[in-house]
Design a protein around this ligand. Structure first.
Ligand code: MG
Ligand code: ZN
Length: 216
């Protein structure tokens, strides 16, 4: 949780944005494309990143990941096991990554060795929206298992992200969720200007479309 006193919030966000700009310039100086993946615990961020990275690596693109979590090294372990080189980034108490934590993680990476950095944010649909990290893209991942009201409940994160992904399409029927409701809500929220990308990271469906949306 980020607890701030009145007036302090502005400073915290200002400082974050300043460091985010530094991160952006650092990544650009190495010609690295970067993506911040936000979404709840269980949305399937880790599996999606692994799948996207596999496809990119098969094309010769060099990918590195930053595994953001409050504590532990579970996602980091999953990345490494899949062959995706990664850095673990524990926030300690905070329920979101901030630009300074990412700056410290980037300092551990030999940036000359990579073309892409994927950042998995802490599982949370609320405060990551307020903390840009300095990436090219901000992506929000939701899954059908979270119910059909995710867009209606979390306007901010959908409005603060460049791309929205609806994961676990393969089990939508089983959990009794109509994906069209979620996609329609998103269309309404974004004034019909943006579409949500349906996919199943596990079944490897819709992954190429996401890569295309990210400019690969
Ligand atoms: Mg994860
Ligand atoms: Zn937070």
């Amino acid at each position: 949780m980020h607890i701030v006193q009145p007036g302090m919030e502005i400073d915290v966000l200002k400082e974050n944005n300043k460091i985010a700009n530094e991160n952006y310039r650092l990544l650009k100086s190495h010609k690295i494309k970067s993506v911040d993946f936000m979404g709840s615990i269980g949305a399937g961020k880790t599996a999606l990143i692994i799948k996207l990275a596999e496809k990119l690596r098969a094309k010769g693109v060099r990918v590195c990941a930053i595994a953001g979590d409050v504590t532990g090294a579970d996602d980091y372990g999953r990345f490494e096991k899949s062959g995706l080189e990664a850095v673990n980034c524990n926030t300690g108490h905070e329920c979101h990554l901030d630009a300074n934590l990412v700056k410290k993680s980037l300092a551990k990476v030999d940036l000359g060795r990579y073309d892409v950095v994927f950042i998995e944010n802490v599982g949370n649909l609320v405060c990551p929206a307020d903390f840009p990290l300095g990436t090219d893209y901000r992506v929000v991942v939701v899954s059908t298992t979270e119910g059909d009201d995710m867009v209606r409940k979390h306007h901010d994160i959908f409005l603060h992200s460049d791309i929205a992904i609806l994961n676990k399409m393969d089990i939508a029927d089983a959990v009794g969720v109509d994906p069209n409701v979620i996609m329609e809500d998103y269309k309404k929220l974004t004034g019909g200007l943006k579409t949500m990308y349906p996919c199943s990271a596990r079944k490897d469906e819709g992954i190429d479309e996401i890569l295309a949306a990210l400019g690969f």
